[in-house]
Design a protein around this ligand. Structure first.
Ligand SMILES: O=C(O)CCC(=O)C(=O)O
Length: 199
């Protein structure tokens, strides 16, 4: 195990399928990401995808690594990468980096797991480890990501099923890290909005 991983993160990942690195990211980098995303959204004329999964009031930008700095700092951050490597291994690869900005009026996303389209019998060894960077505070009121603890040890949750969930509440600058097999969903509600994340 990497000595730089704070005690508890990997144990928690194994036990419940996710962990939160609180205020792990420097505020300068968070502000640089927020500024760059606001610029990109404007320059690209980014609009909601208008479907039930990606949302009707949610702006997502994919392939952020194609835009260079400051996005290139995200996958290699020293506070986060060792946790991801502890779940997968040091040879892990980046598959995507995207942003999610959820505005007021959005409906909760269906519960899903990120490995649901991978044809591997469940449960299986982790093949994906995702991170969600909070570029604003995530609270239950503004619709923090919802998680179903322990589902990483069971067959995939039913897509859009009803489960007991908990909100990934975390202050701006924190990072949620989860195994792909963990049931989860974006859950911003009508009263919420303004939550922005880099994933
Ligand atoms: O926005 C969120 O909090 C979660 C998003 C998500 O689960 C997804 O798009 O796959």
């Amino acid at each position: 195990m990497d000595e730089t991983v704070p005690e508890g993160h990997l144990a928690r990942m194994k036990r419940v399928g996710f962990t939160i690195a609180e205020k792990a990211i420097e505020s300068d980098l968070i502000e640089a990401l927020n500024d760059a995303l606001a610029r990109l959204e404007r320059d690209l004329g980014a609009k909601p995808a208008m479907n039930g999964f990606e949302g009707h009031h949610t702006v997502r930008i994919y392939n952020l690594l194609a835009h260079g700095a400051p996005f290139d700092a995200v996958p290699v951050h020293a506070a986060i990468l060792p946790i991801v490597e502890g779940v997968l291994d040091a040879g892990c690869l980046v598959s995507s980096l995207s942003s999610i900005a959820i505005d007021p009026g959005e409906r909760a996303q269906p519960i899903h797991s990120d490995d649901q389209i991978i044809p591997l019998a469940k449960p299986h060894a982790p093949v994906i480890c995702n991170t969600m960077w909070a570029l604003t505070d995530f609270t239950e009121e503004n619709g923090a990501t919802r998680l179903v603890p322990g589902t990483h040890l069971k067959p995939s949750p039913e897509y859009g099923g009803q489960y007991e969930t908990i909100p990934a509440e975390m202050p701006k600058g924190s990072v949620l890290i989860w195994m792909e097999r963990c049931g989860m969903a974006g859950a911003r509600t009508a009263a919420a909005g303004g939550a922005r994340a880099s994933r």
